[in-house]
Design a protein around this ligand. Structure first.
Ligand code: NAP
Ligand code: SF4
Length: 675
C-alpha cells in the first residue's frame, strides 16, 4: 500500500474524477503576460506529467477594470480563447486537468480605473477605487460569467472564482470595505449577494458537468472581517448556487499576519478548513504551508479537508505527486516557503521561478538533457551553488566528485537552519543529501583540496563560497566580539545585551536567533497563533484575537545597526521583509541606521552619526556580533589560474555581494546544464 492512501485516492466529482487529492493552487507566475503560449503550456504540462490531480491557473481578469494591473492577462476575446486552448490541449495530452482562475481584483487592482463596493483605498494600493453603481455591478457579474464561458470554450475543465484574499468579491462581504446602503450592502444577506450571484450566473453560463471552484475566505485576519457563522452561511449559499468544490482562502493581502511565509507553521490553517467539513455536501480543499506528502496526508487523514492545495511546492518540484506515489518522497525538492523567486518576483514585475528549482517557469529555456560525452567533473564546495551544479551535472550523466572541508554538506544552509523560523532549511539540506546519493555523486567531506589535486578532471567547478567581511572597527579584537558564524553554529553563547553590526539578511537572522528562547513557534502552532494574535473566527470575528499579538518576552536586549541611512531591512524580500521587521519589533529589537562605528571596548559599541561624526553614543553590550557582509573566497580559483588549470567559479566565490541561495542555485544549475 502507498504511504499516502488519503492523498493518492481519486476524488469522484460525479461527472468527472480527479486522479488524486492534490490541487496545484493558483499562482501569478507572469507567464501568461509573456505572450509565449508555448512556454505557458509547457509549464502546466510539465506539472500534469507529474500527476497532480487538478491545476488552477494564475488569476485571469474578466475585464480591464478587474484585472490586477494594466497589461495583465484577461479572458475577454476569441484571441484569448485561442491562446488558452494551446495550454489546455497540451495539459490534456499529458493526462492532466486544469481550471482557469477568474480573478477580479477590485480595489487591489493596480489601476486608476479600479472598482469596488465603496470608494475606500486599501493600505497596500496606489489607487482609490470607484464605487460601483447598480449597473456597474451587473456589468461585473456579466463579465465574470462571460469569462467563465470563454474558459470553457478554451477547453478548461473548470474555473475557480476567486472570492478570498481580499479581492473584489471578498470586498463586498465585509463592512471593512462595503459601506453600501443599497441591496448590495448593509445586512450580511445583502453583502453576500454578489459572490452568490456570481456563482449562480457562472454556473448558468457554463452549464452542468464543468468544475466550478469557489475560493472562500475562511479567516480574513483584518478588522471587521467575517464571523465563522457568516463563512458557513456563504459556503452553503455558494453550494446551492452551483459550486462543485470550495477552496480555502486565508487572510487578506493587507492583513498584517503572515500566512504563507516560512516562519508560519506547516498546515497552520488546516484547522480552519476543518470547521467547515460536514457543513456542506461538496468537497472542500485546504491550503497554506502544506509542503510535503506527509503533511498533506496527515491533514486529509485528520479529516481537515477532502483535498489539499499546494501551489509553491509545485514550482519547487513538478513531479511532487509522481515521486510521492513512487515511494521517492525524499527526492521531492522542498518548497522552503521563502518567496524569494516566486512571490518576490511577481511583486517585482519579474517572471516567477523557484529558489530550489530554477527550471520552474523556464521549462522551454533551461533544459537539462543527457550529455553527449561523459566528463569527469570536480566540484569544490558543497554549499547550494556546488550541490546544485553537482546534482545537475550528474543528472546529465557526468561523473561528479564534490569536495568540502566541512563534515557535512550544505554550506551556509547549515547556518540558516539554526535560526528559529527557518526550520525548512533542514529539509533542503536533506533533499540535497538524497539527491547526491540518487545521482551517484561521489562526496568527499572533511577534505581540503588544493590546486594540485584538481589537474586530472575534465572540468573543475569552484564553489568555495564566502568569508565574512572584516569591518575593521577599532577594538574589535576584544573577547566580546564574535562572528555570526560562531553565534549561529552555537560555538558562542551571547550575553544578555547584544549589538549586531550589520542589518542585512544575516543581521536579521542573527537578531531573530538572539531574541529567541526555547522552541521555535514555527513548530508550535498554538504558540505561533498567540504570538501573532490569531484565534478561532468562531470566537472572534475575522480570527483576530482581541488582546492582539502576545509574543514571548525577548531572550536578550538586541540592538541592530547599519551605516546606511535607509530604512533598516529595506533590502529584505519584498513579501517577507515586513514580517522580519514586525517580528523583531515585537521583541523590542532596536534598529538604528546612519551610524559610524567608532570603537569597541568593554562597555560595548561606541557609535556616532553623520559625516561630522556627531552625537556620540554608547550601545551597551556584553556581546557584539559582526554581520558585516561577505567577501568571495577565491583562493583556490586563483591558485588554479596560476597553474593554468581552467575552472568555472560560481556562487559566492564568484560574486559575494547580495549573494543568496537563489542566485547560487540558479548559477550552479545553469552552468551544469551546459557542460
Ligand atoms: P548583506 O545583506 O550584504 O548585509 C551586509 C550588512 O553589513 C549590511 O547591513 C551593511 O550595512 C553592513 N556592512 C557592509 N560593509 C560593512 C562594513 N565594512 N562595516 C560594517 N558594516 C558593513 O549581507 P549579509 O547580511 O551577510 O547576507 C548575505 C546574503 O545572504 C545577503 O545577500 C542576504 O540577502 C542573504 N540572506 C538572505 C536572507 C533572507 O532572509 N532572504 C537571510 C540571510 C541571508 P551598511 O553598509 O549600511 O553598514
Ligand atoms: Fe517555495 Fe521559495 Fe521556491 Fe517560492 S521560491 S516556490 S517559496 S522554495
Amino acid at each position: 500500500m502507498s504511504d499516502y492512501p488519503h492523498l493518492l485516492a481519486p476524488l469522484d466529482l460525479g461527472f468527472t474524477t480527479l486522479k488524486n487529492r492534490v490541487l496545484m493552487g493558483s499562482m501569478h507566475t507572469g507567464l501568461e503576460e509573456t505572450g509565449d503560449w508555448n512556454r505557458v503550456a509547457e509549464f502546466y504540462a510539465t506539472r500534469a506529467r507529474g500527476d497532480v490531480g487538478l491545476m488552477v491557473t494564475g488569476g485571469i481578469g474578466p475585464n480591464p477594470e478587474g484585472s490586477v494591473a494594466h497589461g495583465a492577462a484577461m479572458m475577454t476575446s476569441q484571441k484569448d480563447v485561442d491562446n488558452h486552448s494551446i495550454v489546455t490541449q497540451r495539459v490534456h495530452e499529458a493526462g492532466g486537468k486544469i481550471a482557469m482562475q477568474i480573478l477580479h481584483a477590485g480595489r487591489y487592482a493596480f489601476s486608476p480605473d479600479c472598482v469596488a463596493p465603496s470608494a475606500i483605498k486599501s493600505p497596500i494600493s496606489m489607487f482609490a477605487p470607484k464605487e460601483l453603481d447598480a449597473e456597474g455591478i451587473e456589468k461585473q457579474i456579466a463579465d465574470i460569467a462571460a469569462c467563465a464561458l470563454r474558459a470553457k470554450q478554451a477547453g478548461y475543465d473548470g474555473v475557480e472564482v476567486m472570492g478570498s484574499e481580499g479581492y473584489f468579491l471578498n470586498q463586498f462581504l465585509v463592512t471593512h470595505t462595503n459601506k453600501r446602503t443599497d441591496e448590495w450592502g448593509g445586512s450580511y444577506e445583502n453583502r453576500m449577494k454578489l459572490p452568490v450571484e456570481v456563482v449562480r450566473r457562472v454556473r448558468e453560463a457554463v452549464g452542468p458537468d464543468f468544475i466550478l471552484i469557489y475560493r472562500l475566505s475562511m479567516i480574513d485576519l483584518i478588522p471587521n472581517g467575517s464571523t465563522f457563522d457568516e463563512v458557513v452561511q456563504l459556503a452553503k449559499a455558494v453550494e446551492a448556487a452551483g459550486a462543485t468544490i470550495i477552496n480555502t482562502g486565508i487572510g487578506w493581502h493587507e492583513a498584517r499576519i503572515p500566512t504563507i511565509a516560512t516562519s508560519v507553521p506547516r498546515a497552520a490553517f488546516a484547522w480552519v478548513t476543518k470547521k467547515l467539513m460536514g457543513q456542506v455536501g461538496i468537497p472542500i480543499i485546504t491550503s497554506n504551508r502544506i509542503n510535503t506528502p506527509q503533511v498533506a496526508e496527515d491533514v486529509l487523514a485528520e479529516g481537515c479537508a477532502d483535498m489539499v492545495s499546494m501551489a509553491r511546492p509545485m514550482l519547487a518540484d513538478a513531479d511532487f505527486v509522481a515521486k510521492a506515489a513512487a515511494g521517492k518522497a525524499d527526492q521531492i525538492a522542498p518548497c522552503i516557503a521563502c518567496n524569494q523567486a516566486c512571490l518576490d518576483h511577481t511583486f517585482g514585475g519579474k517572471i516567477s521561478s523557484c529558489l530550489v528549482n530554477p527550471r520552474a517557469c523556464y521549462e522551454t529555456e533551461l533544459k537539462v538533457e543527457p550529455s553527449h560525452s561523459v566528463k569527469t567533473i570536480a566540484v569544490v564546495g558543497a554549499g547550494p551553488a556546488g550541490l546544485s551544479a553537482a546534482i545537475t551535472a550528474a543528472e546529465r550523466g557526468h561523473k561528479v566528485t564534490i569536495f568540502d572541508r566541512a563534515s557535512e554538506i550544505g554550506g551556509q544552509l547549515n547556518l540558516a537552519k539554526q535560526v528559529a523560523g527557518k526550520e525548512e532549511f533542514w529539509g533542503l539540506v536533506d533533499w540535497y543529501r538524497a539527491m547526491v546519493k540518487e545521482r551517484g555523486v561521489t562526496v568527499n567531506l572533511n577534505t581540503e583540496v588544493s590546486a594540485n589535486d584538481l589537474g586530472g578532471f575534465d572540468e573543475v567547478i569552484i564553489a568555495t563560497g564566502v568569508v565574512p567581511r572584516d569591518p575593521q572597527i577599532p577594538g574589535q579584537n576584544a573577547g566580546n566580539v564574535v562572528s555570526y558564524i560562531d553565534i549561529l553554529n552555537g560555538k558562542v553563547t551571547a550575553g544578555k545585551k547584544v549589538a549586531v553590526i550589520g542589518a542585512g539578511g544575516i543581521g536579521f537572522d542573527v537578531s531573530e536567533h538572539l531574541v529567541h528562547d526555547g522552541d521555535s513557534t514555527t513548530t508550535n502552532l498554538p504558540e505561533w497563533m498567540k504570538e501573532w494574535g490569531v484565534t478561532d473566527p468562531a470566537d472572534h470575528r475575522s480570527g483576530l484575537a482581541p488582546e492582539g499579538p502576545q509574543p514571548h518576552a525577548p531572550a536578550r536586549e538586541v540592538t541592530m545597526l547599519q551605516r546606511k541611512t535607509t530604512k533598516v531591512g529595506k533590502g529584505l524580500g519584498k513579501t517577507t521583509g515586513w514580517i522580519h521587521r514586525a517580528s523583531l519589533t515585537m521583541k523590542n529589537v532596536r534598529m538604528i541606521g546612519g551610524v559610524n562605528y567608532e570603537k569597541i571596548d568593554a562597555d560595548g559599541l561606541h557609535i556616532s552619526f553623520g559625516e561630522a561624526r556627531e552625537t556620540p553614543q554608547l550601545i551597551e553590550a556584553d556581546t557584539i556580533v559582526l554581520c558585516a557582509g561577505q567577501l568571495s573566497d577565491r583562493s583556490l580559483a586563483d591558485a588554479l589560474e596560476a597553474k593554468g588549470i581552467p575552472c568555472h567559479v560560481i556562487g559566492g566565490a564568484d560574486v559575494a555581494a547580495e549573494l543568496d541561495a537563489k542566485r547560487a542555485i540558479d548559477q550552479g544549475t545553469r552552468l551544469a546544464a551546459t557542460l
